[in-house]
Design a protein around this ligand. Structure first.
Ligand code: PAF
Length: 200
């Protein structure tokens, strides 16, 4: 007999449903941890979930491939997506309390016209090749943090410039959340784990 350890994961797709769940935890005095991802989860992501669990007792993971951080000539359409596989990994390997799976229209409804730009730290390095990138990241991360309203959020140190951009925007916008960096996990040959390694 195979023991099925999968537990059904609570999933929400709208900001209203997300907020009503998180607010009920807050009323009960829970501490909320958040791990934002673009899905195609690997062991690196799951280690961030475990880090969040060590620091909070209710964990939200978001799966959202953010179109705003891809230029028109980039890989938004073919970016690896595997919702069923991600949910299975979360339920079997790094169980969380809530998965937030917003549609693009939920995140960017018609008429959406605001952008967050973090000057200084966004320039150079990754931006030299992808000038649109950090604006898209800063905008979606600001929205995600306002939507989830966690006490703590974990981001991989693999994308170190992104981590600095997020720390800066949280400080500048007085967002009441602690940002923590998680160590990079590597394959046996030293390659940093990344969803885009599926292209190799
Ligand atoms: O690092 C990522 O996976 C993404 O850039 C993030 C932070 C989830 C924003 O879309």
């Amino acid at each position: 007999m195979t023991l099925d350890t999968t537990r059904a994961l609570p999933i929400v797709r709208t900001i209203n449903d997300l907020r009503s769940q998180v607010f009920s935890w807050r009323r009960a005095g829970d501490r909320v941890g958040f791990v934002p991802t673009m899905g195609a989860l690997h062991a690196g992501h799951l280690s961030l979930v475990e880090m969040a669990k060590a620091r909070a007792n209710r964990i939200v993971v978001s799966l959202f491939v953010n179109p705003a951080q891809f230029a028109p000539n980039e890989d938004f359409e073919r970016y690896p997506r595997n919702e069923a596989g991600d949910l299975e990994k979360l339920s079997r390997q790094a169980y969380c309390d809530l998965v937030y799976l917003p549609a693009v229209k939920e995140m960017y409804p018609d008429g959406f016209s605001t952008a967050v730009r973090v000057a200084g730290v966004s320039e150079g390095l990754e931006s030299a090749a992808r000038p649109h990138f950090f604006g898209g990241v800063a905008t979606v991360v600001t929205k995600l943090l306002m939507q989830v309203q966690p006490d703590i959020a974990i981001f991989g140190e693999k994308d170190y410039q992104q981590l600095l951009v997020i720390k800066r925007l949280v400080k500048d916008l007085d967002l009441p959340v602690e940002i923590v960096g998680g160590a990079t996990l590597r394959e046996h040959d030293g390659l940093a784990m990344s969803s885009r390694n599926a292209y190799l």
